[in-house]
Design a protein. Structure first.
Length: 217
C-alpha cells in the first residue's frame, strides 16, 4: 500500500493540527462507555487464551486504548500516521511502544500478532480503498488471531461520508464491514451495536472477528 496516498497524508496532517485538543478529549473517553469496554474485554480475554502473542492498535492516536489493552494483560503496542499524536502517546505512556506508520503496511512479520484493534481508524479510509487494509490485517495476524473493529454505524443506510470534526470519515453498515472482513478469511465471533449517548450523533458499531485457522489436510 502506497504510504504517500493523498488521503493518508491529509489524515495525518489533520490530526497533527489538533493533536493536543484531540488527546485531551480522548484520554478518558472509555470511562463512560461500559458496553464498549465490554467488547474490548472480551477481545482481550480471547487473545490471552490463545497464547502469548503481541497485539497492535492500528491508528492508536494518543495511545489511551493501547494503554487499556496493556492493563487488560496484553502485550500491546500502537501504530499511527500522525507524528504529533505518536509524540503525545510516547509522553503519556513511556512504558509502551508506539510507532509512526500506516495500518496498511505494518512493520511486522506474517502471522506475528495475536490480535489487532482498529478503534475508529478504518472510518477515515475511503470505501474503495478499504479492502487492502483487511488483507494486511489478515497477513499480520496469526491463524486464529482476533480482530476488533470500532466504527460509526450507518443505521440501515449505505456507506456514507459525514462531517467528522477532524477529517473526512465514513459510516458503515455493520453487515457490509463484516462482509469485507469475510473476504479476507475472517469469521465473525460477535457484534455489538450501541445507540448514541446524549452528546453523540451516531450509533456505534463493534465487530469481533477471528482469522480462520489453516485447514488441516
Amino acid at each position: 500500500m502506497a504510504e504517500s496516498s493523498p488521503y493518508l497524508t491529509a489524515t495525518a496532517d489533520a490530526y497533527d493540527a489538533v493533536a493536543d485538543l484531540y488527546a485531551d478529549l480522548a484520554r478518558d473517553s472509555l470511562d463512560r462507555l461500559p458496553l464498549d469496554r465490554a467488547m474490548v474485554a472480551v477481545f482481550a480475554e480471547l487473545v490471552r487464551a490463545a497464547g502469548p502473542r503481541p497485539v497492535v492498535e492500528a491508528g492508536c492516536g494518543p495511545g489511551y486504548m493501547t494503554a487499556h489493552l496493556r492493563d487488560l494483560g496484553l502485550d500491546a503496542f500502537g501504530v499511527d500516521l500522525s507524528p504529533a499524536l505518536i509524540d503525545i502517546a510516547r509522553k503519556d505512556h513511556p512504558d509502551l511502544r508506539f510507532e509512526l506508520g500506516s495500518m496498511g503496511a505494518f512493520d511486522v512479520a506474517d502471522g506475528e500478532l495475536g490480535g489487532l484493534v482498529s478503534w475508529y481508524s478504518v472510518i477515515h479510509i475511503p470505501p474503495p480503498e478499504l479492502p487492502p487494509y483487511f488483507a494486511e490485517f489478515r497477513r499480520v495476524l496469526a491463524p486464529g488471531g482476533y480482530l476488533l473493529l470500532g466504527f460509526f454505524e450507518s443505521e440501515g443506510g449505505p456507506v456514507q461520508q459525514f462531517d467528522h470534526k477532524v477529517t473526512p470519515a465514513y459510516r458503515w453498515p455493520i453487515d457490509d464491514l463484516a462482509a469485507l472482513a469475510r473476504e479476507e478469511e475472517f469469521v465473525e465471533v460477535g457484534r455489538m451495536l450501541r445507540e448514541p449517548l446524549e452528546d453523540e450523533r451516531f450509533r456505534r458499531g463493534h465487530l469481533l472477528m477471528r482469522r480462520q485457522a489453516a485447514a488441516v489436510s
